[in-house]
Design a protein around this ligand. Structure first.
Ligand SMILES: Nc1nc2c(c(=O)[nH]1)N[C@H]1C(S)=C(S)[C@@H](COP(=O)(O)OP(=O)(O)OC[C@H]3O[C@@H](n4cnc5c(N)ncnc54)[C@H](O)[C@@H]3O)O[C@H]1N2
Ligand code: MOO
Length: 409
């Protein structure tokens, strides 16, 4: 059986880097949240756009105030007042100053700001009580970036700080990668939707909903194809349709060795190349990954057990999915934490145990979710933000020892 790392590498190599021309579209600044830039963005103007004050105070000529102190104050005449948004129209001469506010343009003649806390105002005069540094509290034109320089790289996901940068640079139309379409189907005669009344023996299809949420959270478009019964012809039709309509297909169930586990056989009949059939991992051992000669679809046959399904998605689907959104950073993230509880494993498969990471005095601690760690027990998967990993060959990590934890968003 292939190891987790071997499988991860095989899958990532199956995803081609996106083509900027073919795989991009233009969106407005209003609609760019969560999208991935296809092209680097350059600033059109210097930023700041002009020299401005970083503080409320007085704009002065440094030479006028450089020697002043509490014992040797300097008095300047306040000849104008400049608020943010004003365009100053006087030149400040020696012995003069301008009252100025944060963000306002510096008037000609001045080079330094004295904050108002270091002054005393008397009518149209101000007494400077201590010498500032030369050019103190001046934000010079173009110091943050100059016109023409790249301000955001291609391949980054856009969130609040990037939107602030784009808005400031007045970039209102942007080239982003198209969002991959991910078809999701649940296989199994036993499945019913959450709305249907449950008959003895039936199981509620939770995977469809969990996987759709997982896909959307990762910046792709979930296409829910519903429940497909374990009838080879119906399944084949549904899988063929899914492959034709999506960049990635996620089906759950039917990939183990049971009499009704048809997925692998159908994929082969549809001309698929099966790159992976199972992984030495727990949960999530049965995993099928296939590609097709005639289209670019990547197929994941994921185990039906609800915990196995989500853990398989976090570990094996998330990196290629993020890569397919065009992001540069698609590798999973691991940290080392101290486990608060004993961690037990079988030793033959790399074992993922779910729980929560807590930051305590600057160190991460991993708290194992309480209750059964069965791949059918969804309940204690809620609020998981980390998966502790017990490597192959180990079957116990004692409380208070270090453990590698994969971060789950
Ligand atoms: N003899 C063996 N039996 C099993 C093996 C094995 O190696 N030898 N592997 C086990 C492991 S590990 C897993 S994981 C499961 C995976 O099986 P399948 O992917 O074929 O899934 P199903 O048999 O269809 O279902 C398993 C379980 O999950 C429930 N399920 C299925 N789909 C959903 C859904 N959409 N929402 C909620 N729950 C779902 C299903 O009802 C079953 O209870 O196989 C083991 N067996
Ligand atoms: O691999 Mo299965 O997911 O252990 O139950």
């Amino acid at each position: 059986m292939l190891s987790v790392n071997e499988v991860e590498e095989i899958i990532l190599n199956l995803v081609e880097i996106l083509d900027v021309e073919k795989d991009s579209e233009i969106v407005s600044l209003e609609n760019i949240e969560g999208r991935v830039l296809a092209q680097a963005v350059k600033g059109k103007l210097d930023f700041p756009h002009w020299d401005n004050s970083a503080m409320d105070g007085y704009a002065v000529r440094y030479a006028d105030v450089k020697d002043c102190s509490g014992d040797n104050p300097t008095t300047l005449k306040v000849v104008t007042e400049i608020a943010a948004g004003d365009r100053p129209n006087v030149e400040i001469k020696s012995g003069q100053t301008a009252r100025i506010f944060t963000g306002a343009m510096l008037p000609v003649g001045t080079d330094t700001i004295v904050i108002q806390e270091n002054t005393t105002r008397k009518g149209d005069e101000v007494i400077i009580l201590s010498a500032p540094q030369e050019q103190e509290f001046v934000r010079h034109k173009g110091t943050f970036y100059q016109a023409g320089t790249p301000i955001l790289k291609a391949g980054i996901k856009i969130g609040a700080p990037e939107i602030a940068v784009l808005a400031t640079a007045q970039c209102t139309e942007l080239s982003v990668y198209r969002r991959p379409r991910v078809a999701i189907l649940s296989t199994g005669d036993e499945l019913v939707t959450p709305e249907q009344s449950l008959q003895p023996g039936q199981i509620v299809d939770s995977n469809q909903y969990a996987l759709a949420s997982f896909v959307a959270q990762n910046g792709a478009i979930p296409v829910k194809l519903g429940i497909v019964p374990d009838k080879p012809e119906e399944l084949k039709k549904a899988i063929a349709q899914a492959i034709d309509s999506a960049d990635i297909v996620l089906s759950t169930g039917g990939v183990s060795v049971g009499d009704y586990d048809y997925v692998d056989r159908i994929l082969a009949e549809l001309g698929g190349t099966l790159h992976i059939r199972s992984v030495a991992v727990k949960p999530g051992k049965p995993l099928t990954v296939a590609t097709f000669e005639n289209n670019n679809c990547l197929y994941f046959g994921i185990p039906g057990n609800p915990v196995s399904a989500l853990v398989s998605c976090w570990r094996f689907v998330q990196p290629p999915l993020i890569k397919l959104t065009g992001q540069n950073n698609y590798q999973p993230r691991f940290i080392t934490a101290t486990t608060r509880h004993d961690l037990k494993a079988g030793g033959r498969r790399e074992t993922y145990l779910w729980g929560q990471l807590h930051l305590v005095d600057g160190n991460y601690e991993f708290a194992l979710a309480g209750g059964s760690h069965s791949s059918g027990n969804l309940i204690n998967l809620a609020q998981t933000n980390g998966l502790a990993i017990v490597p192959v060959g180990e079957n116990f990590i004692a409380a208070d020892r270090e453990v590698v934890v994969m971060l789950v968003d």
